[in-house]
Design a binder for this molecule. Structure first.
Ligand SMILES: NC(=O)c1ccc[n+]([C@@H]2O[C@H](COP(=O)([O-])OP(=O)(O)OC[C@H]3O[C@@H](n4cnc5c(N)ncnc54)[C@H](O)[C@@H]3O)[C@@H](O)[C@H]2O)c1
Ligand SMILES: C[N+](C)(C)CC=O
Length: 505
């Protein structure tokens, strides 16, 4: 599909229709692979947040919730399936927009759209199953009481999402929130909002009841912060940086508002000396160079057994040299641009600081010679790293891998856990018992054995330590948007008998 000359001009999606932002301001959309401005998006402010939250509240309570929040799960499932079907119909177009907006290779964007459709379908099924799970009985030690559990939608939820997988990260929240019966205000990242706005168009096309999903674009401080602090938002689900996550948690604490936080990472990949080197190298590359390393769970700290370190690094450099770095729309591209000039500068600064601190840039570290425009960075491999260096400690969010060697399994585990983060970790070895031991030792929410990054909608996703808390995906993702109510009934004809009845007059 050829790139459109202009992207669609959209408003804010509020109450089932398009609205210009209250202050009339818009933000430019820059294609990071060409540096050309290709359009703009609305810049919402607190006034628009007010309208969006009010639309979501109306939708939650409309007709006593009969059409949405208290409707049978099968009703909501029908809408989710219709959204999935539209996403599939528009897959090529949405993937193209995602690539133009974020710089990711078109093949990756197409894969993201398949995952988006699958996620809506998955939560449609869970919505259908939800009714059958209501009134689950609780076994009590007293015969004169009966108790059961109701799972009810939390209410109006604020969903704040990042730019690295724009529509997919939004879907991980929107699909379960809607399946649960919540209504929502989605605030995607100002750096990549196009496909989320298209989701608004899809909701209008399929006739989603007005106000069930509202989408407001704009800056974090101007649109995200008023959403997080809004007194009529019952929960905030956030994916983004640890710094912003801390701010959201502080704000939410003022109203004792529940939050779930999916934050950054600095995940390890441990490779033992009994592996097929080329197979392991490919996982190491996928673990840190896919999506130009802008992946929360990127295995950006590579721990190599000393016996294979030299051979492994020789092969890693050879493989890295063969990656096709190009305009992300070109066929076969495997490394596109990073998302923005700001991100490009940030990554370059990480590389120069590593150099200044005494690390070796074994490969890469610069703009590819053949690409004069666009925010492209070579796949970068850094060695001679010490554990006090910034490159070891901080999340780069770019195609930059740092390497250390280890001698023993114990040392590998200690190095793996030498981080404030706890999102993911990976181990490659032919000794599966060793892999199981390492899986238990790594302090993270996700561990991959003999691979890195594969992600399935059925399995829980989320981190420990400063990578956040709460789990998305699977049944856990739905539970994020449900509150649990106990209903207990006294079911004896006898008086309770704790107090003596007053004497008859
Ligand atoms: N754990 C995960 O599953 C996961 C997945 C994807 C990305 N991430 C993390 O996201 C980060 C990259 O994304 P980013 O740069 O968009 O993060 P970010 O924190 O800069 O922004 C995320 C979102 O928060 C909004 N925001 C910014 N300031 C805000 C404020 N004060 N109040 C409310 N909202 C505010 C932004 O506009 C954006 O929509 C990385 O650290 C990455 O690891 C984590
Ligand atoms: C969860 N994942 C890998 C799709 C995106 C994280 O940044």
């Amino acid at each position: 599909m050829a790139a459109p000359s202009a992207i669609p001009r959209r408003g804010l999606f509020i109450g089932g229709g398009w609205r210009e932002p209250s202050l009339g301001r818009r933000l430019p959309v820059v294609n990071p692979a060409t540096e050309a401005t290709i359009g703009d998006i609305p810049a919402a402010t607190a006034e628009d947040v007010e309208l969006a939250v009010s639309a979501a509240r109306d939708a939650f309570g409309r007709d006593g919730g009969r059409h949405w929040s208290r409707a049978p799960g099968a009703v909501r499932a029908k809408y989710l399936k219709a959204i999935a079907a539209k996403i599939k119909d528009k897959k090529s177009y949405l993937a193209l927009l995602e690539t133009l907006d974020s710089g990711k290779p078109l093949d990756e964007a197409a894969g993201d759209m398949e995952d988006v459709a699958a996620c809506f379908e998955y939560y449609a099924d869970l919505a259908e199953a939800l009714d059958g799970k209501q009134r689950a009985p609780i076994s009590l030690p007293m015969e004169n009481f009966e108790s059961y559990v109701l799972k009810e939608p939390i209410g109006v939820v604020g969903l704040i999402t990042p730019w690295n997988y724009p529509l997919l990260m939004a879907t991980w929240k929107v699909a379960p929130a809607l399946a649960a019966g919540c209504t929502a205000v989605l605030k995607p990242s100002e750096l990549a909002s196009l496909t989320c706005l298209e989701l608004g168009g899809i909701c209008a096309e399929i006739g989603l009841p007005p106000g069930v999903l509202n989408i407001i674009t704009g800056l974090g401080t101007e649109a995200g912060a008023p959403l997080a602090s809004h007194p009529h938002v019952d929960k905030i689900a956030f994916t983004g940086s640890t710094e912003t996550g801390k701010r959201i948690m502080i704000t939410a604490s003022q109203m004792v508002k529940p939050v779930s936080l999916e934050l950054g990472g600095k995940s390890p990949l441990i490779v033992f000396d009994d592996v097929d080197i080329d197979k392991a190298v490919e996982w190491a590359m996928f673990g840190c160079f896919a999506n130009a390393g802008q992946v929360c769970s990127a295995t950006s700290r590579l721990l190599l057994h000393e016996k294979i370190a030299k051979r492994f690094l020789d092969r890693l450099v050879a493989w890295a040299k063969s990656i096709k770095i190009s305009d992300p729309l070109e066929e076969g591209c495997r490394l596109g641009s990073v998302v923005s000039e700001g991100q490009y500068q940030k990554i370059m600064k990480f590389i120069s600081t590593a150099r200044c601190e005494g690390a070796t840039i074994l490969y890469g570290g610069a703009r590819p010679q053949h690409l004069k425009r666009g925010f492209f960075i070579e796949p970068t491999i850094i060695t001679n790293v010490s554990t006090s260096m910034q490159i070891w400690r901080e999340e780069v969010f770019g195609p930059v891998i740092c390497v250390k060697e280890f001698r023993t399994e114990r040392e590998a585990g200690e190095l793996a856990n030498d981080t404030h983060y706890g999102l993911a970790g990976a181990v490659i070895s032919n000794d599966l018992e060793r892999c199981e031991r390492i899986s238990k030792a790594i302090q993270s929410g996700i561990v991959w054995i003999n691979c890195s990054q594969p992600c399935f909608v059925q399995a829980p996703w989320g981190g420990n330590k400063r990578s956040g808390f709460g789990r998305e995906l699977g049944q856990w993702g739905l539970d994020n948007y449900l509150s649990v109510k106990q209903v207990t009934k006294y079911c004896s004809d006898e008086p309770y008998g704790w107090y003596r009845p007053p004497s008859k007059l």
